[in-house]
Design a binder for this molecule. Structure first.
Ligand SMILES: [Zn+2]
Length: 290
């Protein structure tokens, strides 16, 4: 039962279990090709979950993953979802020069469009890595004709965040139609809390996410933007023992409960693709150039 008329944005950041930021100092980039690929099976599981709930979503996918899982890319598109870009190999955008970022975008886009057979118009930066350090990244996205980005976490967090950024849709580049749709935050006692998914959804009780999305829909009267990863529905993934305890705790907590929790979330609120959400939000997005 859907309690609200507001359609929220549902997204999956498609990367494999060894490509997460938490393990970047433990698993070397050059070892990726020797590790077991699990993302294809996990995407299949997610597609079934979405069909059961009757929802469509956006899959922000790494070019690296699309190259190795073309069948999963076709399945995403054939089952009515949006395929969008998460860059080529999860390099954080603030580590690029503008030229390198443009090359990464183009490489990922070519691979994704070939694999999925649909135009790529949406982008999400790895680890929400567009912030006060690299506002030029939005200009590069605008130059390359992206319709929207969902790359900003307007909050302070230990790994990411752009605390001054607006909480809802904004136009980061004057003279361009590019819309930035930040990931959801809730406000508690005047402080912004990250509430759009990831570890927060998995580690905290479902009631926290329900409260946050209700606040956004009812008080702010705006859509929420939620994300999760294919490895989060995979309790049997290989364990990475060399990683820091804190990263391991965050990565492995409640994996086996994730699917049920997601079903609750999908059943309780209305969800849809990010491209459609960006189109609706464009009309009321704020002009905000850093
Ligand atoms: Zn990612």
């Amino acid at each position: 039962m859907t309690q609200h008329s507001i359609v929220n944005g549902l997204s999956v950041d498609v990367e494999d279990w060894f490509q997460v930021g938490a393990f970047e100092h433990t698993i070397k980039r050059e070892d990726w090709d020797s590790l077991q690929l699990r993302v294809g099976d996990n995407v299949a599981r997610i597609l079934d979950l979405f069909d059961a709930a009757g929802v469509k979503a956006t899959f922000f996918t790494l070019g690296w993953v699309a190259q190795r899982n073309p069948a999963a890319m076709r399945a995403i598109v054939e089952r009515g979802h949006e395929l969008a870009s998460h860059g080529y190999d999860h390099t954080r955008v603030f580590t690029f020069s503008p030229q390198e970022f443009a090359e990464d975008l183009a490489k990922a886009r070519t691979i994704l469009e070939d694999a999925g057979g649909m135009a790529i118009t949406g982008y999400r930066a790895p680890s929400f890595s567009i912030d006060a350090r690299n506002p030029w990244a939005h200009e590069v996205l605008a130059e390359h004709g992206y319709a929207y980005s969902s790359s900003v976490a307007p909050v302070v967090h230990d790994h990411y965040g752009w605390r001054e950024a607006p909480r809802f849709a904004f136009n980061p580049v004057s003279g361009s139609d590019l819309v930035e749709i930040p990931v959801t935050t809730a406000v508690f006692r005047g402080r912004r809390l990250a509430a759009g998914g990831g570890g927060f959804f998995r580690v905290l009780p479902y009631a926290f996410s329900r409260w946050a999305i209700r606040q956004v829909n009812r008080q702010d009267r705006r859509p929420a933007v939620f994300y999760f990863h294919p490895w989060e529905v995979d309790p049997d993934q290989p364990r990475v023992y060399g990683a820091p305890m804190r990263s391991r705790l965050r990565h492995y907590t409640n994996l086996s409960r994730m699917e049920d929790k997601l079903s609750d979330l999908l059943g309780e609120f209305a969800w849809g693709r990010m491209d459609a959400l960006a189109e609706r939000e464009a009309a009321r997005s704020l002009d905000w150039a850093a």
